[in-house]
Design a protein around this ligand. Structure first.
Ligand code: GTP
Ligand code: MG
Length: 270
């Protein structure tokens, strides 16, 4: 299976992002803490390279925080900062707004000198399903944009005012035209950033189990026992088809579901 998902709406979204970026002071670049490096999108990196960036390393509640912290150095520079975040938690949006304001301090100072209050504009970009719209709703304190636990919920960009001096633009999750690196593509699929309908779950879950065997051997054994082949898991779970055979497809889906619901553990794959 070669995983490549770049539907028309993403191509449009990248064009729209590029257009709207002219108005943007700070890019809020959201990453999934379970794959903080693999969730960097080369297309977005290129579009945003000349802007200050706040990396929001989201879903930290589902990830291996120690491992994420070891990867952080690449996300801080003169013009970028990062925050480890859980965008489903309310009451934390000040932390993000403050960091955005700090990254826009030059503009704020310039306007202040003229006696004018500036509007700071940020755009939330990132792979599908990493929590962008959830963050936007959290920042605006009212649910205004639709969220959902599958890839490709947001279809159009939208500017939303938050507080009296910040505006935020929610964008559709974007991938890139040709994902050459299939190790990256698989990780995007495990975390739910690729449309499930195009995936071969048997192949995907087999690969995930073998990756977890390398990275988190105790976690997989704790969950599935020492023999964690799909056949063995199907037997243990008594997943049988109407024809009386082991239901490998259902087992494969349940393994991916276990991973996505952190039943195997808090895991970071990069
Ligand atoms: N545990 C956890 N779940 C989160 C977090 N942020 C978002 N979610 C969940 O992740 C799912 C996707 O959230 P969305 O906000 O729709 O993601 P999105 O990035 O806007 O997705 P697209 O519009 O498809 O690009 C939802 O089920 C959210 O509740 C988080 O920090 N922790
Ligand atoms: Mg969205």
């Amino acid at each position: 299976m070669k995983i490549n998902w770049f539907p028309g709406h993403m191509n449009k979204a990248l064009k729209d992002i590029s257009e709207q970026l002219k108005k943007v002071d700070v890019v809020t670049y959201m990453l999934d803490a379970r794959i903080p490096v693999s969730s960097l999108n080369p297309s977005l990196n290129k579009l945003t390279e000349n802007k200050p960036i706040l990396f929001v390393i989201n879903k930290i509640d589902m990830a291996d925080e120690k491992k994420v912290k070891a990867l952080l150095s690449q996300f801080r520079s003169k013009t970028s900062d990062y925050i480890l975040f859980n965008s489903t938690m309310s009451g934390k949006s000040e932390l993000i707004v403050n960091k955005i304001k700090a990254l826009a301090s030059e503009k704020i100072a310039r306007y202040k000198a003229k006696g004018v209050k500036p509007t700071i504009r940020t755009m939330v970009v990132g792979i599908p399903n990493c929590g962008k719209s959830t963050l936007v709703n959290n920042l605006s304190k009212k649910a205004k944009v639709i969220t959902g636990n599958k890839a490709g919920i947001t279809k159009h960009g939208l500017w939303i005012p938050i507080g009296d001096c910040v505006e935020v633009y929610d964008t559709p999750g974007t991938l890139y035209p040709n994902i050459e690196n299939q190790e990256v593509a698989k990780k995007l699929a495990y975390v739910g950033s690729v449309r499930d309908e195009i995936l071969d779950f048997v192949e995907l879950s087999t690969e995930l189990l073998s990756l977890l065997d390398k990275l988190y051997p105790e976690f997989v054994r704790q969950r599935y026992g020492n023999n964690f082949s799909l056949e063995e898991i199907a037997k243990n779970r008594k997943y049988i088809t109407n024809g009386g055979e082991l239901d490998i497809e259902r087992t494969a889906r349940s393994v991916i579901d276990d991973f996505r619901k952190t039943r195997i553990g808090k895991i970071t794959l990069d």
